[in-house]
Design a protein around this ligand. Sequence first.
Ligand code: ATP
Length: 324
Amino acid sequence: MSPEPILEARGLSKTFRAGGAVFGKPFHAVKDVSLAVTPGETLAVVGESGCGKSTLARMLVGLETPDEGEILFRGAPIRRDRTLRRQVQMVFQDPYLSLNPRRTVLDIVAEPLDVHGLAKGPARTARVEELLRAVGLDPASASRFPHEFSGGQRQRIGIARALAAEPSVLVCDEPVSALDVSVQAQVVNLLIDLQKRLGIAIIFIAHDLAVVRAISHRVMVMYLGRAVEEGGADQVLVTPNHPYTVALRGSALEPDPARARLARGKATRGEPPNPVNPPPGCRFNPRCPRVTEECRKDEPQMKRHADAAGISGVACYHPVLESA
Ligand SMILES: Nc1ncnc2c1ncn2[C@@H]1O[C@H](COP(=O)(O)OP(=O)(O)OP(=O)(O)O)[C@@H](O)[C@H]1O
């Protein structure tokens, strides 16, 4: 029997108005997305910029309220309360913007300890030093300020801060995309190591399939607010079923970023996606090499089935392997 999910989202939707304007046209940034992670598991959420990954992440940690759907922690619905805030912590994309430049590392990492009343005085300092050690930083650096650290070290400080709350789930929103390629693997390896030691579940958000390869057990692919494919990491990353995942994978195999963009552009023909005016039918249809009339009429629903790696699913009338 597979373990119970620690965090589950059912049918989450979020609508914004175009341009953030009060009278702007409403559009779905996230539409009917469901996911689940079990303790010790990493679910990667991948898709191009604007597909709704950050909005999904913000809903999961309670920074954004879903318009529809619910979030369950250990099987019980949770709202934007303290339980959710403490048990589900976020690691932000930009380690330069997400750390207050006027506070010391001690005070930054101790913030969740203060907010949740977890430690005071010498115990607070000792806990911060322990957390800094856990993320591979010198505990003596607690009195320093963020600008004295490199990008990779700052992201380690962000991870230490997230861990201070003793969370069961870390939601990492593009945690390495602002870092040099040489540093990205170190931060990914740190997360893998922490997961093994602490048994936390990780939701790892990225636009790049190559980055998620090392860390993910399961992968969900999003396109214009919708989940289009999900399954075990090997299945989705090696033998993808959705034509969009195939296109993303094509660009992931290209190590040079400029060529990867070109490959992605070629593989996903036509206009770049715009969530404000999604096409009728399948949202990917204007760019899809396998498009038929059916795809232009009705939106395909996610069809799920159980396999060796758990549940797999694809929302496509013409999935690649089945019709090959
Ligand atoms: N507060 C907001 N008000 C209006 N529109 C928003 C708001 N937040 C996000 N959006 C829009 O919702 C869509 C999804 O944004 P989101 O940031 O979730 O995507 P993403 O996949 O994380 O992209 P990126 O990697 O560029 O952040 C985008 O079109 C974005 O412009």
